[in-house]
Design a protein. Structure first.
Length: 183
């Protein structure tokens, strides 16, 4: 029977360990240069949240702006300022994306768009549903009044949004209400 000298076993172990360690370090360094795990324009989960909300709020804003039959520049300015000043979006991004939403003029009904936004806000733990609802409704009212006129169709759109947002609010439970119902 032949036996392997202990020195050869130790040397092989050290060599394979060094090769493994070197390979791991090489691929760690190379991996960060070659692959984008998160796209560069999305720096965090909060950026993804903000972009999702932008894509849900903007069609509603366009519906309000177009309710009177045309989207005026003053209404576009209100929408741009809201996302740039209030949300901190890059002005070039907003000015590039907004014409796409205006040209698209979503075929979805206001109720469907408002329900999608309400549902997203309700399910996302990073969204304060009630505060966001108040802020968005105020924003939509600013759009409706931007051209100096508050048309009945704009008012109707805002009433639909208000009703949908209200239907998604959390019900308030209290012992007093429960007692009154069972009395």
């Amino acid at each position: 029977m032949a036996t392997t000298p202990i020195g050869w076993v130790v040397a092989a172990g050290i060599a394979s360990g060094a090769l493994w360690y070197g390979g791991v370090k090489f691929f760690e360094k190379e991996g960060t240069d070659r692959v984008d795990v998160v796209p560069k324009f999305l720096n965090s989960g909060i950026d993804l949240l903000a972009n999702s909300l932008f894509c849900l709020i903007t069609p509603l804003a366009v519906k309000v702006a177009d309710a009177d039959g045309s989207v005026d520049q003053c209404e576009i300015d209100v929408i741009e300022r809201y996302f740039i000043d209030q949300w901190g979006f890059d002005s070039e991004y907003v000015k590039h994306q907004l014409p796409n939403f205006i040209a698209d003029k979503s075929k979805d009904k206001v109720k469907t768009l408002a329900a999608a936004l309400a549902n997203y806000k309700r399910k996302n733990p990073d969204c304060n549903y009630d505060k966001m609802s108040v802020d968005i409704k105020r924003f939509l009212l600013d759009i409706a009044q931007a051209d100096g006129e508050y048309h009945k169709r704009e008012k109707n759109v805002l009433e639909i949004v208000d009703k949908v947002f209200g239907s998604y609010s959390k019900p308030v439970f209290s012992a007093r209400n429960l007692y009154a119902k069972n009395k």
